[in-house]
Design a protein around this ligand. Structure first.
Ligand code: SAH
Ligand code: SF4
Length: 360
């Protein structure tokens, strides 16, 4: 078993440097290795041809490269969405999704196995929290998808990364931030902050902290209700961080970063899709640089609600737009393979199509 062995993708550049220095290696080896890890995406240690054989052997003996193992892969019928079921070294499972449409290639990645926030309509929430992912386990999901794309799509890699898979990123704050910084590192993977979005259920103190990190990473807040009475029922964390406090930190985020905030709203027929909620939402966000992204609810097994009809979606949107609040309707994707928002839940009976061995 691998548990406890140093995973190279869990290390920051300084930690990697310290590890190699402790082995008596010259300083430049760290930057060579970093290059193989984050620019060349080496499939294994043997590929790292400018490292001496002895060092490669020691790395192979005492550290690990990729630790996520592909267990199953599914592709949506339109071919645009691929969902990967990945096993972590301790046997926990997570899902990552690759979406390829409108000339974007977006990785939707997980930050936790399961989630402890308990939003009633969300399949991941219905699992409960199993554990936090390490920064390396978050980073590796991105690199896995990037490697796939680079080999299959004529060298064109990911254009966007969204932290919208399983889990609440801001409940795993340290690992999420470390992963972000590593992915954005200009000497490594060099992914642009503006092409990354973190989605949060609304953990007020963590949003406050995130606003002060000085990053240009996009933030999406999953609102789903504009009154405390309703939000308490469907997004239980609202009982701890009610709307007034949430909106205050949202305003602060926009003031500090100058970035437009996204509010997410899953439209549930007869629950949060009526004119009162639309009007309450418009009042809540008055004067705030934001846009609202609505999506008809994706079905999950543990929740009886159904998606709003086309007419109700249009009516909801019209109220917002009349009030000057930009609103986009997200097209539901990957529903046939349960890869849509809030549908990710790992389960053993998942249909296996084209399983492939993971890289080392
Ligand atoms: N925990 C974070 C990010 C992961 S969930 C968050 O809640 O924001 C990603 C998005 O999917 C969130 O906006 C979430 O509210 C939404 N979502 C969850 N369940 C859904 C469902 N059944 N249908 C549509 N969207 C859903
Ligand atoms: Fe967790 Fe987000 Fe699902 Fe809520 S919607 S249970 S915060 S993953």
């Amino acid at each position: 078993m691998d548990v406890g062995v140093t995973s190279l993708y869990d290390l920051s550049y300084d930690e990697l440097k310290a590890l190699l220095a402790s082995w008596g290696e010259p300083a430049y080896r760290a930057s060579q290795l970093w290059n193989w890890l984050y620019k060349r995406l080496a499939p294994d240690f043997d590929a790292m041809t400018d490292l001496p054989a002895q060092l490669r052997q020691r790395l192979a003996a005492e550290t690990r490269l990729y630790r996520l193992r592909l267990v199953a892969e599914q592709q949506s019928s339109d071919g645009e969405t691929r969902k990967l079921l990945l096993a972590l070294p301790d046997g926990q499972m997570i899902e990552s999704v690759l979406m390829g449409y409108s000339r974007r290639r977006t990785a939707c990645i997980s930050t936790q196995a399961g989630c402890g926030m308990g939003c009633v309509f969300c399949a991941t929430g219905q699992m409960g929290l199993l554990r936090n992912l390490s920064s390396g386990e978050i980073v590796e999901q991105v690199l896995y998808l990037e490697r796939e794309l680079r080999t299959s799509e004529r060298e064109r890699g990911l254009t966007n990364i969204v932290f919208m898979g399983m889990g609440e990123p801001l409940a795993n704050y340290a690992a999420t931030l470390a992963a972000l910084r590593r992915l954005m590192d200009p000497t490594g993977f060099n992914f642009g902050a503006r092409r990354i979005t973190i989605s949060t259920v609304g953990l007020v103190p963590a949003i406050e902290r995130f606003s002060r990190e000085g990053l240009q990473v996009g933030l999406a807040v999953s609102l789903h209700a504009a009154t405390d009475a309703l939000r308490n029922q469907i997004v239980p964390i609202n009982r701890r961080y009610p709307l007034a406090r949430l909106m205050a930190v949202c305003r602060d985020y926009v003031a500090r970063t100058g970035r437009r905030l996204t509010f997410e709203w899953a439209l549930i027929q007869g629950v949060n899709d009526g004119p009162e909620q639309a009007e309450a939402l418009a009042r809540l966000v008055t004067g705030l640089l934001c846009h609202v992204n609505v999506i008809p609810l994706n079905p999950t097994r543990g929740y009886p609600g159904s998606p709003s009809t086309r007419e109700r979606v249009a009516a909801f949107r019209a109220i917002l737009e009349r009030a000057g609040v930009p609103c986009t309707v997200r097209v539901r994707r990957g529903i046939d393979i349960e890869a849509g928002c809030g549908q990710l839940r790992t389960e053993v009976e998942m249909q296996v199509s084209s399983p492939a061995p993971a890289a080392t």
